[in-house]
Design a protein around this ligand. Sequence first.
Ligand code: APR
Ligand code: PHB
Length: 403
Amino acid sequence: MAALREALPLTTISRTEVAIVGAGPSGLLLSRLLHRAGIDNVVLERRSAEYVLGRVRAGVLEKGTVALLDEAGVGERCRREGFLHEGIGIAFDGARHRIDFQALAESAVTIYGQTEVTRDLMAALSADGPAPRYEAEVIGIEDFDGDSPLVHYREAGETRTLRCAFVAGCDGSHGKSRESVPGRAYTAYERAYPFGWLGVLSETPPVSDELIYANHERGFALCSMRSHHLSRYYVQCSLDDHVEDWPDERFWDELRRRIDPEAAEALVTGPAIEKSIAPLRSFVAEPMRFGRLLLAGDAAHIVPPTGAKGLNLAAADIRFLAEALIEHYREKSDAALDAYSERCLKRVWKAERFSWWMTSLLHLFPETGAFGRKIQVAELDYLIGSRAAATALAENYVGLNFD
Ligand code: APR
Ligand code: PHB
């Protein structure tokens, strides 16, 4: 990379305070919060805006996440159009049981797609800036151990450089930010699960008013939604499966077999407008700060989607990061920057634990055999019969308090 720096013509170098790598929800939210605090920043995103909006992701927002969207001035549509859900259904053994968030944890979640969160952030940024730079791929980050890091990127067929005071690595699990850190500087903790989720989006009314998480001897299933006319469903599948192995008919038959009879009866099917397979993984990189490079969101950690924590964790990182950077510029104090990694990781590991637990409870793990299955059913029975156990689920699902 040193060679690359020497070769750069000066005209391709620009300057900002915070260079943000990636225009997913993490990067856009940070850009917006910093802009509102008067801190100059630039977002570099390797894909086009259309591509970013085309990705289908989960859609369960904790109250703290909605509050942060409000703080960023983009919470209005989510509050108006999102659905407030005060519980979920857990289906197993031919019946469905409700976990009542309001009664158990005095809280609720908002159902509002991540794509819509991204759309709202994009609209706000294009209205009053700073406009993210799309199709600008970061190819290297250096000097983050000093005061003036450099971010090299390719845009319009040219190699350009952004000089900055801080780099926010918001570039997801396959980004350049973590890759720019020497492997010996961080510890990676990882668990890969031996199955995936096959997801279908369909223009059909949701099968139920609330989400249904189903444990079945054929595997996990989830009924979710985006609106009154748009449903999102998932079934656990093999990692060797391809989307082509799952014509719509087969998907709906399998889903119907795994959910409770009442839901199976009510299910309205239709053509899939999107169908994709995602592997399930737990991953954490520690620490999340390397000098003036700070990782946030999927760049630092991945959760399996079972607890719907991915976007909420990303939002929590961004809340801490924005606070820390604002404190640096306003109060000339680095105390919050110094605490950033530890503060995030405390929350991250609690969400990792919860997501791992939900995944373990609800999926079919062939290698644990009949014993594993019996233990799962016993735990599910305990969950629906014990207020303490149900409260533990409810508290984690709606989102733990901020320390
Ligand atoms: N240069 C510029 N942009 C990059 C680069 C690069 N080298 N590499 C990756 N990116 C971009 C990706 O194209 C993507 O748009 O970084 C963005 C990262 O966005 P996300 O993957 O959405 O990650 P994040 O913003 O942290 O959002 C976390 O997304 O995956 C879900 O479960 C997760 O809901 C959570 C949320
Ligand atoms: C979704 O709506 O896509 C969704 C909801 C809840 C989850 C995961 C995904 O736990």
